[in-house]
Design a protein around this ligand. Sequence first.
Ligand SMILES: NC(=O)c1ccc[n+]([C@@H]2O[C@H](COP(=O)([O-])OP(=O)(O)OC[C@H]3O[C@@H](n4cnc5c(N)ncnc54)[C@H](OP(=O)(O)O)[C@@H]3O)[C@@H](O)[C@H]2O)c1
Length: 366
Amino acid sequence: MQTFGFITHALDMNDVVRYEPRSAGKRIELVSKILEWMPAYKQSHITGIRSKTGEEIDGYFCACPFLPHQFTELPREQVYKKIIDAGKLAESLGAKIVGLGGFTSVVGDAGETISENLNIAVTSGNSYTIATALEGALEAAKTMDIHPEESSATVVGATGSIGRVCAQILSQKVDSLTITARSLSRLKNVAEMIYQFSGKRPNVTTDLHASLQGADIVITASSAGRGIIQPHFLKSGCVVCDVALPHDCSREIAEIRRDVLVIEGGLVEVPGKVDFRTNFGYPPGISLACMAETMILTLEKRFEHFSLGRRIEPEKVIEIQFLAQKHGFKLAGFRSFNTQITKEDIYKIKENVRALKKKQKISIGL
Ligand SMILES: NC(=O)c1ccc[n+]([C@@H]2O[C@H](COP(=O)([O-])OP(=O)(O)OC[C@H]3O[C@@H](n4cnc5c(N)ncnc54)[C@H](OP(=O)(O)O)[C@@H]3O)[C@@H](O)[C@H]2O)c1
């Protein structure tokens, strides 16, 4: 049986408490200090992954104990060392490929240095994350009666590894596209790449609020590490596919904006009876797309640096989507702010959109 490794880390204090209940009530500064001292460790043995083809694999979660802010704030060498240690641990457990979860693939050169220091293949999982983000966003748009070819879309974090390819592919499917991030010069470069790819010129802005005001479809994949999208930024009736971890959408959106559909991007049903032997916050059988990419490559015995660095090619996205289907991986149902979205929830959102429109018409005397 072939084996994979996947490097994890806690996304926030809720995650830390889930993994270590004794940390409940402790200050984040103290917890961060303890995490800083902790070495990489074996978190769990994953079993029960069974492809449609009958092939079975197993794997290990190897933890790299840092919180998201520590990946960007601590000295780069210190961060790389712990990620490499987690990768070496996976190697010693028999893994032939290791996936980089969360910020382990965001920091620095997006996995290139990590791969140079390991003897096994490394993948960020970003190709399958992109595939599922696009699939999820378009599926969600359909349920909200949005026709992509007539719609305006925005990609947040569009200069990033995930955001850029999402923007390239989405530009082919929507009427108009806006891309946003903080660096205008990088956005202009990406706009040129999108034009070369699809012949369509996107709007470019560093103003997040303005970029979202007219958007019917939003894919958000920033590495901000906090809820940068506020409730009043969003257009009534829009769909948002939030790929970022920690999420870009602030929690208040769930409470205040009952007229928008926010879904978590990159959630996948794993074929077989997978047992992760750890609770990372999702229902049984569900994994993140980046984890699933590592599993798919292991089932294919493709022990190569499939998605690495910030230059993911759209062809890779198509290839991994094909391989995912071959092995029986599929998009999990919609989830939003840690809860499953039902057909009734969607119906209520649409009702709220209609009610708001009616109110607006009355207030302007139509
Ligand atoms: N759901 C999943 O399965 C999955 C899998 C992999 C990764 N992820 C998550 O996806 C996100 C993106 O990953 P990536 O590898 O594409 O990261 P990346 O290559 O570092 O790109 C991050 C993007 O976010 C932008 N950004 C950063 N801070 C921002 C802010 N405050 N406001 C607006 N834009 C900002 C960056 O551009 P500027 O610096 O110019 O602003 C860049 O465009 C991360 O949150 C990661 O954890 C999720």
